[in-house]
Design a protein around this ligand. Structure first.
Ligand SMILES: Nc1ccn([C@@H]2O[C@H](COP(=O)(O)OP(=O)(O)OP(=O)(O)O)[C@@H](O)[C@H]2O)c(=O)n1
Ligand SMILES: C[C@](O)(CO)[C@H](O)COP(=O)(O)O
Length: 228
């Protein structure tokens, strides 16, 4: 049996509607570079990652101008949901030689605060795991359920709750089967794997690995990148 390799897959085919940026948020300039460039630089600094594949929308006409010196793998195989974009990327990894047993670390383009040491920690924790796992943060705040009027309907027991982050690391064959079965309803890879009856490993991460989602997140990300 050949030694499994580690590939990173970065879905970057979203439109960033919640960000209010008026353009796909992965191309918004943060601390002097497009958000996506920060994300890719962190993954490129992990020697165990053999290749990183960026998944763009088939309509993307910004990538080459935004990242003119990029030399890594890029494919315009994104879909209408994050899960479809990841599935398109997995098929592309196969076309480029990846096989069922290789590990794939799926990481949101929008988590541009990623640090190489967090990726290494995930790989160290999961490389010998039968299922795989994800970076995640135990919930520190009291957790509320709310209704459409913005009123609390319940306080949710937070003791076993974690906020899922990325990268999420699974074998190519497993994550492809899981996402194919669950489809667009899968908001992350782990939930699709869970639906197969498996229990991904939770690897404690940092709050700083947050996903730039809302308009105010750009300033926070810029501050953290400028002061790191
Ligand atoms: N059809 C999609 C939707 C999302 N993504 C990617 O999945 C990651 C996480 O998604 P999210 O933060 O929700 O990004 P957007 O979908 O762009 O944002 P929004 O939901 O606000 O439109 C992002 O890197 C985004 O580019 C993708 O590749 N393909
Ligand atoms: C994958 C993810 O970042 C884990 O928290 C999250 O589920 C993505 O959700 P989004 O609605 O696509 O931003």
């Amino acid at each position: 049996m050949t030694t499994p390799r580690f590939f990173a897959l970065v879905p970057a085919a979203g439109i960033g509607e919640r960000s209010g940026a008026g353009m796909p948020k992965q191309y918004v300039d943060i601390a002097g570079k497009p958000m996506l460039a920060h994300t890719l630089a962190a993954l490129a600094a992990v020697p165990r990652v053999a290749h990183t594949l960026v998944v763009l929308s088939p309509d993307d006409d910004r990538f080459e101008a935004a990242l003119p010196h990029h030399q890594g793998w890029v494919a315009r195989v994104g879909g209408g949901s994050r899960a479809e974009s990841v599935l398109g990327g997995l098929a592309e990894l196969r076309r480029r030689g990846a096989t069922d047993d290789d590990w794939v670390l799926v990481h949101d383009a929008a988590r541009c605060l990623l640090r190489p040491e967090w990726v290494d920690a995930l790989i160290d924790a999961c490389a010998d795991d039968a299922v795989g796992g994800l970076l995640a943060q135990p919930i520190a705040d009291t957790l509320k359920a709310g209704d459409a009027e913005g009123r609390v309907t319940a306080t949710v027991d937070r003791r076993d709750k974690w906020a899922a982050q990325t990268p999420q690391m699974f074998r190519l064959g497993l994550v492809e089967r899981a996402l194919t079965a669950m489809g667009a309803a899968a908001t992350d890879e782990a939930s699709a794997v869970e639906a197969l009856g498996l229990a991904p490993r939770l690897v404690r991460a940092s709050m700083a690995n947050f996903k730039v989602t809302w308009p105010e997140d750009f300033a926070l990300a810029a501050h953290l990148l400028e002061t790191k």
